[in-house]
Design a protein around this ligand. Structure first.
Ligand code: FES
Length: 119
């Protein structure tokens, strides 16, 4: 079945991955719906905090409560949130910022191949 809802692009800075997310879907749902990767996936229900992200560019709206156990009020004011609890309202760029940021980033770097060396 076709999904005719309006969609916007979501880009993950660490991987450069971009996927189309329907407005109204959470960023994480949009990614999972397309079978894409980039943001760590946990409970998909706001409870574990592994999908923590930082909004770099664009606008998002909350579609569920953000647990203070995972995102403090100060962090939220700085753009941190949970990908399973927000929906994009326009094209957005975000950075993975959760517990798995390091292994996730390292793993991606390893897939990208060896880094160049200076001559
Ligand atoms: S996946 Fe668990 S809080 Fe988002």
């Amino acid at each position: 079945m076709f999904d005719f809802r309006p969609k916007v692009n979501v880009t993950v800075t660490q991987t450069g991955e971009t996927f189309a997310c329907a407005i109204g879907d959470s960023v994480l749902q949009g990614m999972l719906r397309l079978g894409r990767k980039g943001i760590p996936v946990g409970c998909v229900n706001g409870g574990c905090g592994v999908c923590k992200i930082k909004l770099v560019e664009g606008e998002i709206s909350k579609i569920g409560p953000i647990s203070r156990a995972h995102v403090t009020a100060e962090e939220e004011a700085e753009g941190y949130t949970l990908a399973c609890r927000v929906s994009p309202t326009c094209a957005v760029t975000l950075a993975v910022a959760g517990k798995f940021e390091k292994p996730f980033t390292k793993g991606h770097a390893a897939q990208a191949g060896p880094s160049s060396t200076t001559p």
